[in-house]
Design a protein. Sequence first.
Length: 137
Amino acid sequence: MNPPDTCLHYKTCSAPTCPLDPKAAIRVREPGDLKCDLSKHYRTRTWNEMPPERQVLLPHAGLTDREWNARLRLESMTPEEREAMRLKGLALAAGTPRQGSLTVKQGEDAPSTATAGNTGGNEATSASVNGLEVQDA
């Protein structure tokens, strides 16, 4: 498999490692070197469209080492741990509230259940993890 066959940016890319390169594991990326800027969505789609005999050459499915390790970590979690991680991400995203964005309330009296409504988009979704209430307004 040749990276030019699968990567849109190959001709103009200066990154020393490519997630779509079967030899990426043996290539070295020094600090300060450019990173692959091809989107994860495109790399994953490209891998999914490959015939099986080419997919086996890319054991990380076109993902970077960091993306692959995060995927393995997520797959090893229980559904409860995944939900807690999702809510933590919502809380982090709410760090700078904007109109129509997430709001976060700190307190002991925060509800411990998640609610959701879909009546024309006017109801909020909220949940609480470790006393941190997250609302999607």
